[in-house]
Design a protein around this ligand. Structure first.
Ligand code: NAP
Length: 303
């Protein structure tokens, strides 16, 4: 083994950054790894209005502030694509590197769930997008369809109205999102809402999205809505592929932890959206990261 750390954190979103801040301030040698830009889902989020003390600020700004603080006390940040984490706390990267840790914290978060309908995968980047903040500006003065009625769908729909006319499609006749964002959506002239319909197929012309086929859940009648962009926000799945042999996940793939954020394998912890829990928010992710780091510090100190 070439490299050793007290703590290796996999994932530099709010949970990973907070754990990095707490662990490095406590004096642990800490490596923070991510296989994308630091910030996790924050960097794909237009605005954060429910993180206490910051007012309303952009997701990217909050991500950068968290990341700067995460590495301000001696933690090392590196690009790292983690292929496997072993019971012995060896973190194996896809480039062949192996890093030994006294503790590993999994803070890999979740990824957007696909609609899994015809025309979706082949049109990603050709009108199908999972990131309004990244791609919204490509749809200036065009019509886009957002699928889903959760917080992500409604918040990103509000952002998309800066550029486009938005149709939100939900499968029930009620939203899942919080009331405040529902009220904003319902009051926005650039947003139309279609209830009780499910997406069946994405259609394209000349290599670009041209519409979406919707089916009425009661009558099963179908209609095609012309549009240039489709933004599916139908929920998330945990990113736990690298843990598949550890036996620490529930049937949906979320990591099961105790009150200290430790899994059933001593020294392997998880925090943030990737764990089995009820409330997935930035503030609960930072809370998890702090608890995990503090417990890891005490465990390592007692060794
Ligand atoms: P979510 O809350 O699970 O909502 C998913 C939405 O997609 C629901 O409206 C669901 O419909 C719909 N849906 C699921 N599968 C579908 C399908 N196959 N076809 C059509 N519609 C489908 O997901 P999310 O919005 O990504 O949020 C994930 C978590 O992050 C949540 O806990 C959320 O509260 C949190 N979050 C919080 C904030 C914030 O606090 N500002 C922002 C973003 C996300 P049904 O309602 O009918 O099931």
């Amino acid at each position: 083994m070439e490299r050793y750390y007290d703590l290796v954190i996999v994932g530099a979103g709010p949970a990973g950054c907070t754990a990095s801040l707490y662990a490095s301030r406590a004096g642990l040698s800490t490596l923070l790894l991510d296989n994308g830009a630091p910030g996790g889902k924050l960097i794909k989020t237009f605005e954060i209005a429910n993180y206490p003390g910051t007012g309303v600020l952009s997701g990217v700004d909050l991500a950068m502030k968290m990341f700067e603080q995460a590495t301000a006390f001696g933690a090392t940040y590196e690009y790292g694509d983690v292929a496997e984490i072993t019971k012995d706390k060896v973190v194996k990267l896809s480039d062949g590197q192996e890093i030994q840790a006294k503790a590993v914290l999994i803070a890999t978060g979740t990824k957007e769930r696909l609609l899994n309908i015809p025309g979706e995968k082949e049109n990603i980047g050709r009108g199908v997008s999972f990131c309004a903040v990244c791609d919204g500006a490509f749809f200036k003065d065009k019509d886009v369809v957002v699928i889903g009625g959760g917080n992500s769908a409604l918040e990103e729909s509000m952002y998309l109205t800066k550029f486009a006319n938005v149709t939100i499609v939900i499968r029930r006749d009620v939203f899942r999102a919080e009331k405040q964002i529902q009220e904003q959506v319902e009051a926005n002239d650039k947003i139309k809402i279609i209830t009780k319909h499910i997406p069946k197929e994405i259609v394209s012309e000349n290599g670009k999205v041209s519409g979406i086929v919707l089916e009425n859940v009661d009558t099963h009648e179908t209609q095609t809505i012309p549009c240039s962009g489709i933004f599916p926000y139908v929920g998330q799945d945990p990113m736990t592929q690298s843990l598949k042999d550890l036996g620490v996940c529930d049937e949906r793939g979320y990591v099961i932890v105790d009150k200290n954020m430790e899994t059933c394998i001593p020294g392997i912890y998880a925090a943030g959206d990737v764990i089995q829990k009820d409330l997935r928010q930035v503030v609960t992710a930072t809370n998890d990261g702090a608890i995990a780091a503090q417990h890891i510090f005490h465990s390592i100190s007692n060794l």
